[in-house]
Design a protein around this ligand. Structure first.
Ligand code: SAM
Length: 242
């Protein structure tokens, strides 16, 4: 039976929690990156490969306009709930999904990672791309993700282009970022790169007390890990009850 066409927008919105994507990087630099091929569908391929998710309750955390959510619902026959503090972005995502005939598979909840409005042990897959670097408290956010996952369910959190992203485009992306590190906005780009590194991801995961996890990727200016290509990702599963 088709799902009802419904949108769940819970007004948990707080203007203080809105965090614009460009805060730690040069808007000009990011505009140049946007000219490269779209990266999200390659990340979806990695999600399916590494998470092997069961059907059920899927969440895209920090979904924005659904840049990752929409290719994910297209690739997998499962609805996805977007969660983000940026309500207008999600409204735009819902509109795009409707234009593509996906309105019965995409839903939206306004909220933040640090206080997920979901029950314990309820989520079958949680993905998050390009968002943890903007959370006020990434450690609390990871603890919340762990709380809401069902036992055995996976989370895939980080940022990057995906292992199948074309080599030429990967090289160009990294070249542009390295160039930014020398430019007039170098300090913000340094912060951008430093946040998106395996050491930082490992530190957040350890501080969150995740019992087991894998950090993949070598960061924002490397594609040295063929498992994920350019970027850095944290993969973990909630422990099964004994
Ligand atoms: C760079 S955008 C990523 C959008 C999309 N996931 C993508 O892959 O293109 C980062 C998103 O994280 C959201 N965000 C910022 N702080 C957040 C928080 N504390 N909890 C959840 N999402 C947050 C922002 O509103 C923004 O939509």
């Amino acid at each position: 039976m088709r799902l009802l066409f419904s949108v769940w927008v819970f007004l948990l919105f707080s203007s203080a929690s809105v965090c614009w994507c460009q805060e730690t990087a040069s808007p000009e630099g990011l505009r140049r990156e946007a000219a490269l091929p779209n990266r999200h569908r390659f990340v979806v391929e990695d999600i399916i490969k590494y998470c092997k998710p069961q059907k059920g309750f899927w969440v895209d955390l920090g979904a924005g306009r659904g840049q990752l959510t929409i290719p994910l619902v297209e690739a997998a026959e499962n609805p996805v709930v977007m969660l983000d503090p940026d309500e207008p972005a999600m409204v735009a995502g819902l509109r795009i999904a409707r234009e593509q005939g996906l309105e019965d598979r995409l839903f939206a909840v306004v909220g933040v990672a640090e206080s997920l409005p979901f029950p314990d042990n309820s989520v079958d897959l949680l993905v998050s791309r390009g968002s943890i670097f903007f959370w006020d408290d990434p450690v609390k956010g990871l603890q919340e993700v762990y709380r809401v996952l069902r036992p055995g369910a996976p989370a895939y959190i980080g940022g990057g282009a995906g292992s199948g992203f074309p080599q030429e485009a990967t090289d160009e992306l990294i070249r542009m970022r390295v160039e930014q590190l020398e430019g007039s906005d170098a300090a913000r780009w340094r912060r951008f790169v430093d946040l998106r590194c395996p050491k930082q991801m490992d530190q957040w995961a350890a501080e969150a007390g995740l019992p087991q996890y894998t950090v993949m990727g070598q960061g924002a200016i490397s594609a040295g890990d063929p498992r994920v290509g350019q970027g850095v990702w944290l993969l973990f599963h909630k422990q099964q009850k004994k």
